[in-house]
Design a protein around this ligand. Structure first.
Ligand code: UDX
Length: 436
């Protein structure tokens, strides 16, 4: 099949490279000339494990290419995926659909024959109807069908998520579109990946419901963690105790500093707004959004408490800045609120992150950056683990303590068991690990 991916951002690039790897001929189109130039010269603008090799191999095999020229790319395409951004609109939290609608207009203006348009961007229910209206109005002469195919990719594991999906959701009101998309995903039949074909609106809502549910699961265990601290229970054991119940499941029950990233914060908010507009508010998700927002700042207070009530004039070492490991993404990362809270309370911050420092520099001020965990801990009054990178999971705690001024460890991801930290001379604070 010949596929065009409109938008060479995170989702477009990963999806395009994976489709090419399935054997399709893929052209990624983006209006950002610098990005396309970089990609043509083999420079990948994002950090995602395995993506550089996947792109290089498929370019070498002539299955994957990059261009700014949509008119040329669309000529022979069977399907065109819209994979542009849908950021939160400033001020009201609704998804900003201007890039999606512009993509629809560009497609309509450049289409030369029948084509299936597939929205991969996360868009509120009903967006497909509007995309269809736009293309039909501009090009009544051509048969253009519009479908929805939401992505469920985790940053840091996107390629494996794409190639071994739990399911593929296809929202198509028309059998031709469903058949074309089915053909594009056919290489996955071998792995028996379930393909669920639904109406377009159902597919659009499925994506939001999935993310909102996962965000709810995390927020639920985070609140249980707070309760554990109060009553002297251990949230990791509670999570295991409930997670082994198949109806609940063990995943997404790790208590921490709150969820961040490019999807959960924006998608939960967009769902809340859509539901309010429809007169059927999703109050659980409203609570999740509010609880998660407050939690990030509350983590700064937790650090202050661990530092005997004050961080004024103290040097706090932060390990991990990105919203999760294996990404350089800083969007809505808990580290941003936690560091701001500590700085407001008079702390000076030294930080280290394996991949996120370049992005962090643009968002944080007055932070010193270290080259590794041990130099970060040098002369520190406390060390705070915010992101559970592999590099932080087997630190030599004794060596770490020796270079610090005060051996305080605040482990916001429960990477280390309390006993191990204490054995190495640390005063330890985890999340939801109560003491009685
Ligand atoms: C998420 C969804 O998983 C993916 O399906 C969707 O398409 C995009 O959004 P992503 O944002 O890359 O993916 O990361 P994910 O691994 O889901 O983690 C999101 C946030 O939740 C991170 O901040 C992470 O630290 C946090 N989290 C996750 C927890 O705090 N506890 C958990 O148990 C799991």
């Amino acid at each position: 099949m010949r596929v065009v991916m409109l938008g060479a951002g995170y989702v477009g690039l990963v999806s395009g490279a994976c489709f090419a790897d399935f054997g399709h001929t893929v052209v990624c189109v983006d209006s950002a000339a610098k990005k396309i130039e970089d990609l043509q010269e083999g420079r990948i603008p994002i950090y995602e494990p395995g993506l550089d090799a996947l792109v290089a191999e498929n370019v070498r095999q002539n299955r994957l290419s990059f261009t700014t020229n949509l008119a040329e790319a669309i000529k022979t395409a069977d399907a065109i995926f819209i994979a542009v951004g849908t950021p939160s609109r400033r001020g009201d939290g609704f998804a900003d659909l201007s890039y999606v609608y512009q993509a629809a207009r560009d497609i309509a203006q450049n289409a030369t024959g029948p084509i299936v348009v597939v929205t991969k961007s996360t868009v509120p229910v009903g967006t497909g109807d509007e995309v269809e209206r736009i293309v039909k109005e501009l090009r009544p002469d051509i048969e253009i069908t519009v479908a929805s195919n939401p992505e469920f990719l985790r940053e840091g594991a996107a390629i494996i998520d794409f190639k071994r999906p739990d399911r593929i959701v296809v929202g198509a009101n028309d059998p031709r579109a469903a058949a074309v998309i089915g053909e594009i995903y056919r290489p996955l039949y071998l792995n028996q990946a379930p393909i669920i074909v639904t109406s377009r609106r159902t597919a659009e809502l499925t994506k939001y419901a999935a993310n909102a549910f996962l965000a709810t699961k995390i927020t639920f265990i985070n609140e249980i963690a707070d309760l554990c601290e109060r009553v002297g229970a251990d949230v990791q054991e509670v999570a295991r105790g409930i997670g082994l119940d198949n109806r609940i499941g063990r995943k997404f029950l790790h208590a921490g500093p709150g969820y961040g990233g490019s999807c959960f914060p924006k998608d939960t908010l967009a769902l809340v707004k859509t539901a309010q507009d429809c007169g059927t508010p999703v109050r659980i998700v409203e609570a999740v959004v509010a609880v998660n927002d407050q939690r990030k700042r509350a983590m700064a207070r937790k650090v202050i408490q661990a530092c005997r009530g004050s961080v004024r004039g103290k040097r706090i070492a932060v390990l991990g800045l990105t919203f999760k490991p294996d990404t350089d993404d800083m969007r809505d990362a808990p580290s941003l609120s936690i560091i701001a809270g500590l700085q407001d309370a008079g702390a000076s911050i030294i930080a280290y992150d394996p991949e996120g420092i370049r992005q962090a520099k643009a968002l944080l001020s007055d932070v010193i950056y270290a080259d590794d965990a041990y130099s970060c801990a040098q002369e520190a009054d406390a060390i705070v683990i915010i992101t559970e990178w592999n590099a932080f999971r087997a630190l030599d705690l004794n060596r770490l303590r020796e270079v610090m001024r005060d051996p305080i460890l605040v482990d916001l991801r429960n990477v280390y068991p309390r006993t191990e930290a204490e054995k190495n001379g640390f005063k330890y604070t985890g999340v939801g690990i109560g003491m009685r």
